[in-house]
Design a protein around this ligand. Structure first.
Ligand code: CA
Length: 221
């Protein structure tokens, strides 16, 4: 899961990004409404965390504008505003969830997973494909009932492919879900991760679609 965090308070943003990454998520931070719009126009991400008090535009104005422009990603609003009417206004403005500051990081992560699950139309978080079973909330992957040890990147790659349910994802899309903005990426990094996943989970699991990208095999499900 790749998260875009829109938060101008450096200390809070730093804490959230570090926490999300520690939970195995790929997370990028921007600090203004203008940067958020630019990032959303170019970046492949799955969920947005939006602070309302931004320096250039209130999140409550930004969000309806993004929605009107067709931005369909799930949005979790972070705010210190705790009045019920503020919460209702946030949800009316197009937020999918609302979390009050200060909050617990585990709760934030659980809510992000719930948002993605809802967006994907699933009521349970567990993804099963043949002998493979993945629980994105704790990052555990089982193959034929045996726990498989995966690196953070391998896990992110597998999650992206599984969420796509057999749709082809291009190398660029996959790299976006694996790396932050300014991370150095080796040119063969993606194929190395795919190679490791195949070694750990079976060669048939991930199909290479020549010239287009990769997809999860829908055979044997
Ligand atoms: Ca703020």
């Amino acid at each position: 899961m790749r998260v875009l965090l829109v938060e101008d308070d450096e200390l809070i943003a730093h804490g959230i990004l570090a926490g999300l990454r520690a939970h195995g998520l790929t997370a990028d931070g921007v600090t203004s409404a203008a940067q958020a719009e630019a990032a959303l126009a170019t970046l492949h991400c799955d969920v947005v965390i939006l602070d309302l008090g931004l320096p250039d535009e209130d999140g409550m104005r930004l969000l309806p504008r993004l929605r009107a422009a067709g931005m369909a990603l799930p949005v979790l609003v972070l705010s210190a505003r705790d009045a019920v009417e503020d919460r209702v206004a946030g949800l009316r403005a197009g937020a999918d969830d609302y979390l009050l500051k200060p909050f617990d990081l585990d709760e934030l992560v659980a809510r992000l997973h719930a948002l993605l699950r809802r967006a994907a139309g699933r009521s349970v978080d567990i993804i099963e494909r043949g002998p493979l079973r993945m629980d994105p909330s704790n990052g555990e992957v089982h193959l034929n009932g045996q726990l498989v040890d995966l690196s953070r990147r391998e896990l992110a790659l597998l999650a992206a492919l599984l969420h796509a349910s057999g749709r082809i994802l291009s190398a660029d899309q996959l790299k976006d879900s694996l790396y932050h903005f300014n991370e150095e990426i080796e040119s063969n990094a993606l194929s190395v991760h795919v190679h490791h996943l195949r070694r750990k989970l079976g060669t048939d699991l991930i199909e290479t679609v020549r010239g287009l990208g990769y997809k999860i095999s829908m055979v044997n499900q």
